[in-house]
Design a protein. Sequence first.
Lengths: 86, 546
Amino acid sequence: MKKFSYTIKDETGIHARPAGNLAKLAKGFAGTKITIEKGGRSVDVTKLMMLMGLGVKCGDTVTFTVDGPDEEAAAAAAEQFMQDNL
Amino acid sequence: MVKFSGKGVYGAVAVGRVSVFARQEAAVRRIHTDDPEHEIARVASAKETASEQLSAIYEKALKEVGETHAQIFEIHMMMLEDDDYNESIENNIRTQNVNAEYAVAVTADNFSAMFAAMDDAYMQARSADVRDISNRLIACLTGSSEGSASWGGKMIVCADDLAPSETVSLDKDRVMAFVTAFGSTNSHTAILARNMNIPAVIGAGEEFLAAVKDGDVLIVDGHTGELIIDPDEDTVREYLARQEDDARKKALLQELKGKPDVTADGREVKVYANIGGVDGIGAVLANDAGGIGLFRSEFLYLESTELPTEEQQFSAYKKVLESMAGKKVIIRTLDIGADKQIDYFGLEKEENPALGMRAVRICLTRPDIFRTQLRALYRASVYGELGIMFPMITSAEEVEKCLAACGQVRSELKADGIPFSENVELGIMIETPAAAVISDILAPMVDFFSVGTNDLTQYTLACDRQNPRIEAFVDTHHEAVLRLIEMSAENAHKHGAWIGICGELAADTSLTERFLRMGIDELSVSAPFVLPLRKKIRSLDLSAED
């Protein structure tokens, strides 16, 4: 299991577009579960609506937990995605 | 003739006939089923159809509004595949023994309620996306066709609300404008309208929708959000003239966009724009201004019920600087008091507010407020070319205090290791006769002057701006005011400072030549005046004798 935290720098936070792209990325690692946690609530990143419903805003710190056979690569990809887009 | 109003989202005028957007919304009824698996299979096949429709819409949007804005339909497709959404539909069918349509409608209600309850306007607007995909799914289930606007020929589409997919599906060649009773300026529908260059007014209210019918003549003013049903001839003529005016401006833009602000004999003048909030940036860029000569920071204070925090201010200033991408942005520090009052400042009522506690006087009396703003400004300074100017200066002592406050903030930031730009220009407004008269003393202290002609006129001529009865006595071209400006320009240049004009007089093209002959370096005007002013400047030849 891999874990990392990230603080959102993008002004609009995880809005529809990045949420969609993040969900797409997570779906690419079938068998590996990526969850995102904010303020005690955690959701599966592939679940787009829940992810958007988390309401992650600029300045929020979120924690990713990646678990599964592909966890190394998936965690690296998710972290890269966050840095590039959010 | 009946008038309504909403929020204009794309500045243009349309005069035409109404077509009310009829959505064949099948009323969803709850029907008991003994064969839930059959209903689930129906959902699966409807989803396939909906998905195909969405990908066709995505392709259309890709061509018409570009990838960034088309992506919402890709997200719609993903929402349609969302596990929780689909599980909820299935669960409803299985546990309640209901028909597919009903299960979709209930699920849509739940998910859109989740978004609507979020404390973020952007996310609230997403509840419309859930409704959009759900209505599509229901339409596919019932086999009803998509909503459409029926009037033949060019039309103004009026609807309660338009889903993004419906907006893009409209035939651009036939739609002159659209008006919705509901919806927010944040919605994708509003964003799409802007990108499709269609005049649009949203949030016109239920009463508007109740009042229009197919074939009505309607005026839509996307600038002001005004709507006029069944206008009389004079009004139609007036708006057609405005439409022509818009067309002329557009032509002017085509002709002058990207051209330098240089007189015929080669003198360069900076033409900047004045704005009163972050949402004005669009107009600044659309009118091709060379920078922002006056960014009024009051909106931050006026829109809030308490003092805006350093973070809130920082984020607004950063946004402006970033959007202007290296072009000059001059932000004026807090200028409230007089005609702009804010309750939470707790300012006492004054006999004579124009001569009272306002602008820099508040800042120097309440250093905490001033410091917060200056910190936010300096922190944002690394994102572009920032200038800071102080309003209502009357003495060298005030300027010294302002500069000292800036110095204090810079050393605080340095001590905390927070980056800021070393090239922030500091300037003052010349808007009191006192400042103009001692401009020789003030000029060596600052990088620039910016003349606020409205206040300068009011104070010089002893004429209250707010008093309509004395309008006849306000001569905006009064020689006294012009001489004060000329004097300030001479003194500025003598001491290596530059001088601009950011008041209304800057846009008065009958004075442009005189200003340039005085040596004014910059003129800052409301965005719509940028290009007419550019045209005027390019026509002037200062090498000729007066």
